[in-house]
Write a protein that binds this ligand. Structure first.
Ligand code: SF4
Ligand code: SF4
Length: 350
């Protein structure tokens, strides 16, 4: 019986190997062919601007579309020794930014130490924050910590109203998120001239592409200001990647083929040239290296012959490495494109 049929009949969330099989077995146009027709195959890195660390899968939430499959029961967490190896790489590389993600990265016991060390190296630090952690017992002094270290906060808020946000992220998450945003605003986050950047992230509630980033940012700005008195620096729109919990949703709902075709039909070569893996390297909680956080979740390592662990990393070798691609990459190249820094081609249509 085909894998998709088996999964539709009620499997639990597919493991990374099964996810890779689902993506590879479809009859859709290979991503590598699209790249080749755009003159981009094989896709290569063009430098190392961002070192992204996934410091663990522990999270206080269990969102429906989480590509990390994070939650309170997970135990994976990056050790301080592995963080030190990452900092050693940061110090000898040209990367200007340390991008810390999870899970809820703040729940890693060494999070604050890591931030302090990266700032001491003069690097820009990003905390990918779910907002609700800022209100959790034991973490409620985090806003002051983040402000004191001039950390950029990038926070998911899938809607400027409670219904869609709570549907994706859990009951009560919207109200807590607004409370957290007000606390950040009170410290200067998102306020013009403060230098404390507060970026919000939108992703669609289902199998569709995000709308125009600029248009939606204007809507968020107006609605959050008038309804809640909340301000922010910018909005990123991101496409739901066909991996992990969202892939499971698609398969269970019989929408996998249709969604993949939507992504493929919207392939944008200009976005493909800008995908984040060309300037980012992703390190997993256990130190393994990946081209991006999505490849990490699919268990896709770097190309054969390259370092597999951060202890062996050679920044010069990896800055121009070939990138491991697959059908999920259409999620980064559809419409205006998508990545951890939002739309890749802000003026493009979707
Ligand atoms: S807050 Fe983020 S890491 Fe945690 S479950 Fe939700 S999407 Fe996943
Ligand atoms: S999924 Fe990862 S490897 Fe593929 S295009 Fe996106 S960032 Fe690059």
């Amino acid at each position: 019986m085909p894998l998709l049929t088996l999964l539709r009949e009620g499997s639990p969330l597919a493991d990374p190997a099964t996810q890779r099989r689902i993506l590879a077995e479809g009859s859709h146009r290979p991503f590598e062919l699209a790249l080749a027709e755009s003159g981009l195959w094989p896709l290569r890195a063009v430098g190392l601007r961002v070192l992204q660390l996934n410091v663990g899968k522990v999270c206080n939430q269990t969102c429906r579309h989480c590509h990390v499959d994070a939650g309170p029961d997970r135990r994976e967490a990056m050790s301080r020794e592995t963080m030190q190896l990452c900092l050693d790489v940061l110090a000898k590389s040209e990367a200007t930014t340390l991008d810390i993600t999870g899970g809820a990265p703040e729940m890693n016991p060494h999070f604050r130490w890591l931030v302090g060390q990266a700032r001491a190296l003069g690097r820009h630090v990003i905390d990918r924050c779910n907002l609700t952690i800022l209100l959790a017992p034991g973490y409620d002094d985090l806003p002051e910590f983040l402000a004191a270290h001039r950390v950029e906060v990038i926070a998911s808020l899938p809607c400027y109203g409670p219904v869609n946000t709570d549907r994706q992220r859990g009951d009560g998450v919207f109200d807590k998120s607004i409370t957290a945003l007000r606390r950040l605003n009170a410290l200067g986050y998102g306020q013009p001239g403060s230098g404390l950047e507060l970026t919000l992230v939108f992703n669609p509630g289902g199998p569709s592409l995000p709308p125009s980033q600029a248009g939606l940012e204007a809507d968020y700005r107006r609605e959050l200001a008038t309804r809640f008195g909340v301000t922010f620096t910018r909005l990123f729109t991101v496409t739901n990647m066909p991996i992990s919990r969202f892939l499971d949703d698609l398969v269970q709902g019989g929408q996998y083929d249709e969604y993949m075709q939507t992504l493929i039909d919207a392939y944008n070569p200009t976005a493909a040239a800008e995908v984040m893996c060309r300037s980012t390297l992703s390190v997993a909680w256990d130190g393994r290296l990946h081209d991006c956080d999505f490849n990490q979740m699919l268990g896709l390592g770097l190309a054969t012959g390259l370092s597999t662990h951060v202890r062996d990393l050679d920044p010069d070798q990896l800055a121009t490495r070939p990138i491991m691609t697959g059908q999920h990459c259409y999620g980064c190249t559809a419409g205006s494109g998508s990545g951890c820094q939002g739309a890749l081609v802000p003026q493009g249509g979707s």
